[in-house]
Design a protein around this ligand. Structure first.
Ligand SMILES: C[S@@+](CC[C@H](N)C(=O)[O-])C[C@H]1O[C@@H](n2cnc3c(N)ncnc32)[C@H](O)[C@@H]1O
Length: 218
């Protein structure tokens, strides 16, 4: 799997330099996310982009921190007066003390981190900064082997990953859609509170399978 996603670093550079207006915010969290925000005092929105879902409906937190590797998106967030504290950082190396947050949101972040070992590092950091009993909310695409979109746009030898290239054929970024098994393996040791399959819109407007899940820190 690591070999198949060798362009993971290209992908990270791509996201770090995108203009905020080019960062897709297509995933729509449901009431589960709202309920979690209502019951959380200190929230971390990881890979918040320019949208900062944690500042949306349900928000009740005294402290909301938005982390992203894209400085442009964070600058835009700061102009929006959303009361989100922007932090430029890599999700796998968070500049926070252990057991700081009641809830961590990762929405459409796993998809843009195509290497399994990188996602593992991110989940490990999330667990470090979550308080005991704290919740991880994940909303993202879910790989669907029966989807005609995957068959037509993705490589047969790696049907979970979209390889986007520029006009000259140079790799731009990879988008990897994880399976339910991979998600559960990544969050092993946490209690699965909910898992629901939904519909999600891709950047190019395709309707794909998505999921929302909540995992609790013991
Ligand atoms: C598809 S966008 C989703 C943004 C936002 N969560 C939303 O739903 O509107 C993915 C975001 O993750 C950020 N990102 C990608 N890799 C990251 C990393 N390793 N650490 C922190 N942020 C990252 C990107 O810069 C981008 O803003």
């Amino acid at each position: 799997m690591e070999k198949q996603v060798e362009n993971g670093d290209v992908t990270q550079r791509y996201w770090a330099k995108q203009d905020f207006s080019q960062i897709p915010g297509t995933f729509s969290p449901s009431g589960k996310c709202r309920e979690l925000l209502e019951s959380s005092q200190c929230v971390l929105d990881l890979g918040c982009g320019a949208r900062a879902l944690s500042a949306g409906p349900g928000r009740n937190a005294r402290t909301t921190v938005g982390v992203d590797i894209n400085a442009n998106a964070l600058r835009h967030l700061a102009t929006r007066d959303l009361n989100v504290f922007p932090v430029l950082a890599e999700a796998s190396m968070l500049p926070f003390r252990a057991q700081t947050f009641d809830a961590v949101l990762i929405v459409a972040l796993m998809t843009v981190v195509p290497r399994y070992s990188d996602v593992e590092r991110i989940v490990c950091e999330v667990r470090r900064v979550l308080r005991p009993g704290g919740a991880l909310y994940v909303g993202d695409f879910l790989f669907d082997p029966n989807s005609p979109t995957y068959r037509s746009r993705y490589r047969p030898e790696d049907p979970q990953t979209l390889y986007a290239a520029d006009e000259a054929g140079r790799p731009l970024y990879l988008a990897r859609h994880w399976t339910e098994e991979e998600l559960f393996s990544l969050t092993q040791g946490m209690r699965k509170e909910s898992f629901e399959v939904s519909t999600a819109s891709s950047r190019s407007g395709n309707k794909l399978q998505g999921f929302e899940a909540i995992f609790r820190q013991p």
